[in-house]
Each structure stands twice: as structure tokens, then as C-alpha cells.
Write a protein that binds this ligand. Structure first.
Ligand code: FEO
Ligand code: CA
Ligand code: CA
Ligand code: CA
Length: 598
């Protein structure tokens, strides 16, 4: 390996090897520390975590399960605000003696409380000057739990639609809960966007819906069959599609939360469309308008952006709170510049040496005006996938996080994998058949303006073991890069390096999921370096990279087929014979210096 001095600033750490053990692994010279675990109190009246006697009442005052997105706001004086979402509950891992056929009311209510969002202040002051460890500040005035019974407001052009009205909410504007929040993003105006993803799994009895249009809409969003896996419909009829068909339409949105107002009602922003939202990341366009980039994480689904009508005004909280309610939603169509005959599904580069081409943003809906023949504006917003189908959007390999570089404006798209794509379906933007390892796309808006109608794109990484000839690391020397598979969440550091967390390395490379840094500019462009690895069975989520520390969420540690509370694969982070606990972890330099500096 070459001297660390040749590596981009911010990435001058010694890359770690691929890992398989039940440990959280960091580079030499780095330390790590758990910030908060599932069940840790965020209020002093919460009981200490006791998995043998967990209750909904306790869980509502404690950090939830399966943390995914993590956001960090600096509060000054060594304090920070962490926002984290709790994507889903894993009942067999959470509860002793869990019977999946007969969950108890107490278990279901605890799972409702374990879903949702947490806002919690953290501080490093108790650990001394050098340490970058962080601990929760109990009872901080901004601490907050939002869960499956919390009120959320539907806003924007589809709010109040007949398709969003239920027997509990005749107005179609107030939803209880947010479900399956995956990644997210922080806005320039200081709010938190969090993304409702695989919400279909909570709803039962799609089979009992007779109307063919309704059935088609349900099935396009993955709602099929009878009983749901968690059987929540036995305890709350709103999860039964036969009884409450529109409740389903009230999930699948981007949620905006003002973490600085603990009394605020979070908003489900209908103008950003409804699909299996992975995340939303905002960039400000040349004329000041807010542009949110978004992916729909499903095989053969689409890449989107929303452009606000009005410009962002720094410091105007009330005005900025309206930006995501008024604007135009676009879906991407990508065209390759090499002959189709050169794209055979093997991942071999075409004659011009690059998978690249041009793209257009196809407008779907602007406020109350639909651009899709045969669909109303509200239908486009609520059944956005069908709108994408109708306009011929490009079917992608599971678009996950879509992250603009704050330095260059180039946009990076994590396409995690798609093993269903056949050789006949390979095309330049998704050039691999049976795409097991995923890829990362780079997109440059026309005129480097985020509001542009067209863009250029190229493939930045074709992931996998670098010894696999179908991999590509932006042309960088493949003998000098770390293996990487299933890119999921993306983040930038202050030096313009892209950080990539993975979800799926155990099933593809046979190693634990991990976090990588890679330069996107300069001579080191494409030099992927593995920074950390999470314990067995876990997924690496929510990366936040500052000069002081790297935060990640370890989601579902030890969760593999057949694992349960009684037979956990992992004992992380508490060790011994303990059950695993999803947790947020801070990694930092032992010598107190900056992350990734020599
Ligand atoms: Fe929840 Fe797309 O990962
Ligand atoms: Ca090409
Ligand atoms: Ca994800
Ligand atoms: Ca991200």
C-alpha cells in the first residue's frame, strides 16, 4: 500500500480489513464509544432497560429500536442534538418467548412505541477534553420521542384528499404515527427530513379488497396477501385494508420535523410524492430554490427530485417551513451514450471506456397541476410510482440515498443491488445483470444548477471485490481499494469526500457491513478505503462525518435467519450473554486530532 500522505485529506486513516466477528472495528489509532442504545432512557423518569420486563410505557421514554438515520445539530458548549429514526421492530429479537403467531397486546404496543423518531441532546463534557465520546443528556428540553400514536400532519397539495380520509380522520389531514423510517437528511433551514420506506409490511388483507383499481394501487406498493407479519391488525383495525383502505395512503411520505420546537407537529410533505422513500437531501439551486433529491428503494423503481417554487430565505423559519409544500416533482430518465450492443450485462466497460450518458428530469406534478395524462395531481402525489410508470422513467437498481456534494454540487446515487435484472434488461445506467454488489452513480446537473431540467451522468463505482473484473472504481488502481458491496447511505465530510455505508455485505462478500470513505475529486478519485465495520448481522446506517467524530447507527445487530431473543447471533454492545441492542456509536481519534488527517 502507498504512503498515507498520498491519500486525500480526510481519508488519511489506515483502511481496516473486511471483518466477520461480533465486534465494532475501527482503524488503528481510533477509539469508539456507544452513544445511546435501544432502551436507554432519554428522560429521568424512564426505567432502566430491562428486556425481561419491557413495556410500552417504558419504551415511550427510552430510545427506540433499530436506529437508521442519524442527524447531528451543534448546540454549542460541547452539546449536540441527535435526531435518529427507528425503522422497524424485530419482535423475536426484542421479546423473550415471542410467539409470532400470537403476539400479545403488550408486545404489539411496545413495538408501536419502539417505532418512530427520537430527538435527544448529547454532551461530551463528562469525558474530558480529549475524548470525543458523547452521552445522552436526560431531560434536555429538546428531548422527544415520536411513535406510532403521535400526531403527524399531512400538508401540501394532496392533504385533505378523499384518498387520505379515514373513519378516524374525516379531514384527511391527521395521521397517527410514522412507520419504517429509513434514512433522511437535514435541511439548510435546520429541520430534519425522515423517509417512510417499507410501510406496506404493516397492512393486512389486501386480498380482501375487491375494487380492481384499488387492488392495482396496493400491489404496486407491495401490499398483498392476508395477515400481516406483526399482526397489528388484530389490535388496531386501521391496519386492516379491508376495513380501512385509505390508511395505507397516509404512509410512504417524507416527514419534516422541527427538532428545535418540541411541541411542533411533524409534517408529512405530500408535494414530495409517495413511494418507498429512502431519504431526502436538499441542495439550494442557483436562484435560491430548494431541491430535494430522493430515491425509491425497490428493484426497478425510480429516482426523483422536487424543486420548490420559492427561494430559501436564510433565517426566515416560517417561510422556509412552506418550501416543501409548493413546487414541482420530477422523475429521472437516463440515456446511455454507448451502443446497446456494448452493454451485455457483464459489467464490461463499453468502447468509450465509461458507463455514462445524459438524463432528463420529467415533470410529474406542480402543485395542483398534473403533468401525467389520465392522473389528477393528487393521484400523481399519492400513487407516484404509477406516474413514473406512465412517463417512462428509468427503472433503477434500488435507488437508496441520493446525496449532493456540498462542495461541487454533483449528486451521488447509491444503487444498492438488483439481482432480478436480467442480461436483456441491462442498460448503460444499470449495466449489470444479477447486480449483486450494487453501484454508485454520479450526476452533474446542467450548468451545475440543481434546478436544471437535464443532467449528465456516469457510473462512479461498480461495487464488489476489486478482484472481480466487473468492478470499477472510477478508474482508480483496483489493487489499492477496499472491497465494498451494497452501498446504501451516503454522506459528505467537510473535505468533499464521499462516505458510503453498506447494507448487504454478509450475503454478498460474506463479511460484515461497513463504512467507507472515497475521494470524488483529484488523483485519489475512486480510492475506496474501509473505515469501520459493524458487528455480525448488523447494518451500517446513518453516517455523520465531522472533523471530530464519525457517528453511525448499528441497525439490527445479530439479526439473521433463526436468531431470536433466546438464541442471539450477537451480544453486542453489552457482551457476555446479553441480547444485542441497536445503538448509535461515535468513533474518534485517540489523540484528539481530526478524523482522517495524517
Ligand atoms: Fe431501509 Fe432502503 O433501506
Ligand atoms: Ca458510455
Ligand atoms: Ca437504507
Ligand atoms: Ca445521507
Amino acid at each position: 500500500p502507498h504512503a498515507p500522505g498520498g491519500t486525500a485529506v480526510g481519508l488519511r486513516f489506515e483502511p481496516i480489513q473486511q471483518q466477520t466477528g461480533d465486534a465494532f472495528t475501527v482503524p488503528p489509532g481510533y477509539l469508539h464509544d456507544v452513544v445511546i442504545r435501544w432502551g436507554d432512557p432519554i428522560f429521568s423518569d424512564a426505567p432502566e432497560f430491562d428486556p425481561e420486563n419491557q413495556s410500552a410505557e417504558a419504551q415511550l421514554r427510552q430510545f427506540g429500536y433499530n436506529n437508521d438515520h442519524v442527524g447531528l445539530f451543534d448546540l454549542g458548549r460541547g452539546e449536540h442534538l441527535i435526531v435518529a429514526n427507528h425503522e422497524y421492530s424485530s419482535e423475536p429479537m426484542m421479546f423473550p418467548r415471542y410467539d409470532p403467531e400470537n403476539p400479545t397486546q403488550a408486545q404489539v404496543e411496545t413495538a408501536w412505541a419502539a417505532h418512530g423518531l427520537t430527538v435527544v441532546a448529547v454532551s461530551g463534557e463528562w469525558r474530558g477534553r480529549r475524548s470525543r465520546a458523547l452521552d445522552p443528556v436526560l431531560d434536555h428540553p429538546l428531548n422527544r420521542r415520536l411513535h406510532t400514536s403521535s400526531e403527524f400532519e399531512l400538508t401540501g397539495p394532496a392533504a385533505g384528499s378523499e384518498l387520505l380520509r379515514t373513519s378516524a380522520d374525516a379531514e384527511g389531514r391527521t395521521v397517527l404515527g410514522t412507520l419504517n423510517n429509513c434514512a433522511g437528511g437535514l435541511t439548510p433551514w435546520g429541520t430534519w427530513l425522515t423517509a417512510e420506506e417499507n410501510f406496506n409490511q404493516y397492512f393486512a388483507n389486501a386480498d380482501a379488497v375487491a375494487d380492481p383499481t384499488a387492488r392495482e394501487r396496493l400491489s404496486r406498493y407491495g401490499a398483498t396477501g392476508g395477515e400481516s407479519g406483526r399482526k397489528w391488525e388484530r389490535f388496531d383495525a386501521r391496519f386492516d385494508l379491508a376495513l380501512e383502505p385509505n390508511e395505507f395512503n397516509r404512509f410512504g411520505w417524507i416527514v419534516e420535523v422541527d427538532p428545535f420546537d418540541p411541541t411542533s407537529t411533524p409534517k408529512k410533505r405530500t408535494a414530495l410524492g409517495r413511494f418507498k422513500h429512502e431519504a431526502a437531501n436538499v441542495q439550494i439551486a442557483a436562484d435560491g430554490r430548494a431541491v430535494a433529491y430522493m430515491g425509491d428503494d425497490e428493484r426497478f423503481d425510480y429516482l426523483y427530485k422536487f424543486v420548490s417554487d420559492e427561494a430559501y430565505v436564510e433565517g426566515d423559519v416560517a417561510h422556509n417551513a412552506t418550501l416543501l409544500d409548493n413546487g414541482t416533482l420530477y422523475v429521472a430518465r437516463l440515456t446511455g451514450d454507448s451502443p446497446a450492443s456494448q452493454i451485455d450485462g457483464s459489467g464490461t466497460l463499453p468502447g468509450d471506456g465509461e458507463f455514462d450518458g445524459s438524463g432528463e428530469w420529467i415533470p410529474l406534478v406542480s402543485g395542483n397541476t398534473s403533468h401525467v395524462p389520465g392522473m389528477t395531481a393528487q393521484e400523481v402525489l399519492i400513487f407516484t410510482r404509477q406516474a413514473g410508470d406512465a412517463v417512462g422513467a428509468t427503472k433503477m437498481d434500488r435507488p437508496e440515498d441520493v446525496e449532493p456534494s456540498p462542495r461541487t454540487g454533483a449528486v451521488y446515487v447509491a444503487l444498492t443491488n438488483n439481482t432480478s435484472r436480467t442480461a436483456a434488461q441491462a442498460e448503460e445506467p444499470n449495466p449489470r445483470a444479477v447486480n449483486k454488489f450494487g453501484h454508485v452513480l454520479e450526476l452533474v446537473e446542467a450548468g451545475s444548477d440543481a434546478s436544471a431540467a437535464t443532467f449528465a451522468w456516469s457510473i462512479f463505482l461498480l461495487c464488489g471485490d476489486p478482484e472481480d473484473p466487473s468492478t470499477y472504481f472510477a478508474g482508480y488502481d483496483k489493487s489499492q481499494v477496499s472491497p465494498i458491496s451494497c452501498p446504501d447511505n451516503l454522506a459528505f465530510d467537510d473535505h468533499g469526500n464521499l462516505w458510503i455505508s453498506t447494507d448487504g455485505q454478509p450475503g454478498t462478500l460474506g463479511t460484515n457491513d461497513a463504512l467507507y470513505g472515497v475521494a470524488v475529486e483529484g488523483r485519489q478519485r475512486g480510492e475506496v478505503r474501509q473505515f469501520l465495520a459493524v458487528p455480525a448481522g448488523g447494518e451500517t446506517c446513518g453516517p455523520v462525518i465531522t472533523d471530530d467524530r464519525v457517528l453511525v447507527a448499528v441497525q439490527h445487530p445479530g439479526e439473521v435467519d433463526g436468531a431470536s431473543y433466546e438464541t442471539p447471533l450477537s451480544h453486542w454492545p453489552d457482551g457476555g450473554s446479553s441480547i444485542p441492542r441497536p445503538s448509535v456509536v461515535a468513533t474518534y481519534r485517540a489523540d484528539g486530532k481530526k478524523i482522517g488527517h495524517a
